[in-house]
Design a protein around this ligand. Structure first.
Ligand SMILES: CC(C)(COP(=O)(O)OP(=O)(O)OC[C@H]1O[C@@H](n2cnc3c(N)ncnc32)[C@H](O)[C@@H]1OP(=O)(O)O)[C@@H](O)C(=O)NCCC(=O)NCCS
Length: 191
């Protein structure tokens, strides 16, 4: 499979605002979504991917756990290797801010008839357009690669994710009850 052209932000600048909440605590957040840089997973990213995944909240893990409740460095090493030119069986994009991965979007099983999509954003970065931006980049890549179909599963009460998925043309194809007892939709799109 050809190596991809992946869209990313125009700048690596990491400008931030200092926010003081009602309790007087300060924190930082990106001024603009553009401050977050998106690129393909690369050599050296495995540790940061594991930190990102293991740092997702319990609520996020309820709806996104492709690697189980927690992951390991060696599992993430394999994911990195699968993105290398000699394998090219997975396409993983990661969003970086302040030296940390804050979002992850992927299409796996690229050698199958129906590659599978996944998406997660760090809880502190929800609601700022990052999930939509990551998905846009991965679906642009899928279009460039002329993938015939991309599939995903989503918990039926995950309305935020379904809102984004429908914007990218995903439609419901089936439903099922997972091993976790939750109801899921299967969705599919032609990039
Ligand atoms: C799903 C997820 C990736 C979204 O990322 P995000 O960066 O917060 O999403 P965005 O800010 O790009 O977009 C959110 C959209 O949902 C919309 N939205 C917010 N609340 C909503 C609701 N209750 N119902 C429907 N849509 C809603 C927003 O208006 C926005 O759409 P718009 O851009 O058209 O206005 C993020 O919530 C996440 O990581 N969740 C945990 C992991 C997960 O569930 N992943 C999906 C597994 S299938």
């Amino acid at each position: 499979m050809r190596r991809p052209a992946v869209s990313s932000s125009p700048s690596d600048a990491q400008s931030q605002s200092s926010i003081r909440d009602a309790a007087g605590r300060t924190s930082t957040r990106p001024d603009r979504p553009d401050d977050i840089r998106i690129r393909r997973l690369a050599t050296g990213d495995a540790h940061d991917l594991a930190v990102f995944y293991n740092g997702l909240s319990h609520a996020s893990k309820r709806t996104f756990r492709p690697l189980g409740q927690t992951t390991t460095r060696s599992t993430c090493d394999e994911i990195v290797l699968d993105n290398m030119a000699d394998r090219d069986t997975r396409m993983d994009l990661v969003a970086w801010h302040n030296g940390q991965i804050v979002g992850w979007c992927f299409i796996w099983e690229l050698d199958s008839a129906a590659p599978t999509f996944g998406l997660a954003v760090s809880d502190a970065y929800h609601g700022r357009g990052l999930g939509t931006r990551l998905m846009g980049a991965v679906m642009d890549w899928a279009k460039q690669q002329r993938l015939q179909q991309v599939d995903l599963t989503v918990v039926q009460d995950n309305l935020v994710a379904q809102h984004i998925y429908s914007r990218f043309g995903f439609v419901r194809t089936d439903e099922f009850t997972g091993d976790d007892g939750l109801r899921y939709w299967r969705m599919s799109a032609r990039p």
